[in-house]
Design a binder for this molecule. Structure first.
Ligand SMILES: [Fe+2]
Length: 289
């Protein structure tokens, strides 16, 4: 049952979740995730709908996580006690609504009754809510393995009306995220994910700037065009050796890029670099009112 409409839509977030060690080590993004969680609780946000980077479906399919008691996939480089007791709260009624909206929007969407959460989602939920001993029920939506930017922007378009129902839409991916270009030695040998024995390569700096410009200097439909066009940026393939950590940004651009979003403030809120080449840049699109 749809709830009362807000006159102003909830903001939308793009979180660059980084390596698994972002769960164990404190950072500027982690402080921002907590702040976003606090704000969501304070505002009585009723549900989170998230597209992560670690789940995609083949063919033309997308899925919605509908397990009543999802487990958590283990997280490398993090002690189990950091995450094993955090209780995941799936929002099955909202999951049904999301499925209905997606199908009405023309997507081949189906429930997945067995899907376990992966760290791209629960790392953020823990950072947002664990210290408060709280949580907000969450729906996970898969990506599609064809990684078509416009397809994923359209998922955001179709789910955008939920922003008027006090639902928070989150994309969890990465601004610059190419595991093949990361420098792993400091993390593997010394558990130091923030070591920067050398500066990031030019490709990483250039693409990270292009992401910031695309999101913060555009709004409305221009935002959708700017973000989806990033896949044609000359440094894209170096910044994203594979597409899955970029594509949730297209979902977010769809959700925050309606004509009605024209003129809204989209801001970069926090950032850190990891493993020399990975830019964990955080964005808030739209404002809490
Ligand atoms: Fe990831």
């Amino acid at each position: 049952m749809p709830s009362a409409k807000l006159s102003h839509p909830t903001p939308v977030f793009f979180f660059s979740h980084g390596s698994t060690m972002m769960l164990g080590e404190d950072s500027e993004p982690a402080a921002f995730w907590k702040q976003a969680g606090n704000e969501a609780l304070r505002r009585g946000v009723k549900s989170i709908v998230m597209m992560g980077a670690h789940w995609e479906c083949v063919g033309d399919k997308i899925q919605v996580a509908m397990s009543p008691s999802p487990g958590k996939n283990p997280v490398a480089y993090v002690k189990r006690e950091r995450y094993e007791n955090f209780k995941l709260v799936p929002d099955l009624p909202m999951g049904e609504r999301v499925l209905e909206m997606l199908r009405k929007g023309g997507f081949n969407a189906e429930p997945n009754h067995k899907f376990n959460f992966i760290h791209d989602s629960f790392l953020l939920l823990i950072r947002m809510f664990a210290e408060r001993g709280s949580n907000i029920p969450t729906v996970l939506v898969s990506a599609n393995s064809r990684f078509d930017p416009h397809f994923h922007a359209k998922i955001g378009v179709v789910l955008r009306p939920l922003r008027y129902e006090n639902v928070l839409l989150i994309g969890s991916g990465g601004a610059v995220h190419n595991l093949y270009r990361n420098h792993w030695m400091q993390m593997v040998l010394y558990r130091d994910n923030f070591a920067m024995p050398q500066p990031p390569g030019e490709f990483a700096l250039e693409f990270r700037q292009a992401v910031e410009d695309a999101i913060t200097m555009n709004s409305g439909p221009a935002l959708r065009r700017a973000v989806t066009r990033l896949m044609k940026h000359p440094r894209y393939r170096e910044a994203h050796g594979t597409d899955e950590h970029f594509i949730p940004m297209c979902f977010i651009a769809g959700a925050a890029g309606d004509k009605a979003d024209e003129g809204t403030k989209n801001v970069m809120t926090a950032e850190c670099w990891e493993l020399v080449a990975m830019a964990n840049t955080q964005f808030q699109l739209g404002e809490w009112v």
